[in-house]
Design a protein around this ligand. Structure first.
Ligand SMILES: [Cu+2]
Length: 130
């Protein structure tokens, strides 16, 4: 009987702590424009952008001339930012409510600004290649 109560309270603490960490990481993501969301994996440049009530980060500085993958993250995204359009790539997709969607981007010339939009053009993000 006592054991059960202890286990339940441990679970409750874990859930609350997990929730708090999510809130903290979410806040730091949206407040900072200089998040490091670009990484190189196996010669490919991976740009991570999350979509939920808009796109984060709004502005990304990336390398020109390398094959690139945009990794769109959704997590409980039920707003229109899940309907994504990248006009210059002719790309249009409906992202799943939660998950990862990979978008292949061919090497871009220096000076290119790639723009992504929600289908209504209300939310946007840009990636500058240099
Ligand atoms: Cu929209």
């Amino acid at each position: 009987m006592n054991m059960k109560i202890i286990i339940i309270s441990i679970l409750a603490v874990a859930v609350v702590a997990g929730g708090a960490m999510l809130v903290i990481s979410g806040a730091s993501n949206s407040s900072s424009q200089t998040v490091d969301n670009v990484s190189m994996v196996g010669g490919k440049q991976i740009i991570t952008i999350s979509a939920k009530g808009g796109y984060s980060p709004r502005l990304t500085n990336a390398k020109a001339g390398v094959p690139t993958v945009i990794k769109m993250n959704t997590q409980g995204t039920f707003d229109c930012s899940s309907a994504i359009v990248i006009p210059s790539l002719g790309y249009r997709s409906n992202l799943p409510p939660s998950g990862e969607t990979l978008i292949d981007v061919p090497p871009q010339n220096a000076g290119t600004a790639l723009q992504g939009l929600c289908s209504m053009g209300m939310y946007s993000f840009s990636i500058n290649f240099n």
